[in-house]
Design a protein around this ligand. Structure first.
Ligand code: GDP
Length: 194
């Protein structure tokens, strides 16, 4: 897809506040600091559409951005952030489960994992929701530039085993080199049918 415009539409925590209309949606999920904002910014060619390393308050909302007239890019709240107050943490699970189970125009979720880390409990929860709600995942292993080719392959295999994914199901990505960008777009385009 050629991104011509990306526009912030609104933030929401519950269905009554989700945007109206029937644009298809692709959502982005991952633990805080994983590199979600960096990935989104690379995909839409913007320096700071989504704030990188943003303060917890802003990130605990579901943020909707319209890309061209083609689809809604949905930035889901990062999880696992130690400094988020407990009551905000408790809201994460119902907020996510509601969005993922109720949003009919949701076409797929890009789940971002740090290639150097073992997937967390929340990462596993996300994938298990996607599987049970029948939402196609695009699993992205980011920060690839931090590892050598051999280490990448080894970590990739470990993560796939841990999450019961096939090797072909994960995309390797680096926000620094931008490698992997075209492959992720190809998967998004396929889910959107463009
Ligand atoms: P978010 O909290 O998931 O939105 O994460 P950010 O996009 O703010 O990234 C967190 C930190 O990781 C920042 O310091 C980024 O510069 C860094 N980062 C993100 N992606 C990459 C990457 O692909 N490679 C490297 N080396 N650093 C990255």
């Amino acid at each position: 897809m050629i991104v011509k415009t990306t526009e912030f539409i609104k933030s929401a925590t519950r269905p009554a506040h989700y945007p109206e209309g029937d644009l298809p949606e692709i959502a982005f999920a991952g633990r805080s600091n994983v590199g979600k904002s960096s990935l989104v910014n690379v995909l839409v060619n913007r320096k700071n559409l989504v704030r990188t390393s943003s303060t917890p308050g802003r990130t605990q909302l579901i943020n909707f951005f319209q890309v061209n007239d083609d689809f809604m890019l949905v930035d889901l709240p990062g999880y696992g952030y130690a400094k988020v107050p407990l009551d905000v943490k408790r809201q994460w699970r119902p907020m996510m489960e509601t969005y993922l189970s109720k949003r009919e125009n949701l076409r797929g979720v890009v789940l971002i994992l740090d290639i150097r880390r073992v997937p967390s409990e929340e990462d596993r929860q996300m994938l298990s929701w996607l599987r049970s709600f029948g939402i196609p995942p695009i699993v992205v292993l980011t920060k690839c530039d931090k590892l050598s080719k051999n280490e990448r392959a080894r970590q990739g295999a470990l993560i796939c085993k841990n999450l019961e994914l096939d090797k072909g199901e994960v995309c390797f990505f680096s926000a620094l080199s931008r490698e992997g960008k075209d492959g992720i777009w190809a998967r998004i385009d396929a889910l959107l049918g463009v």
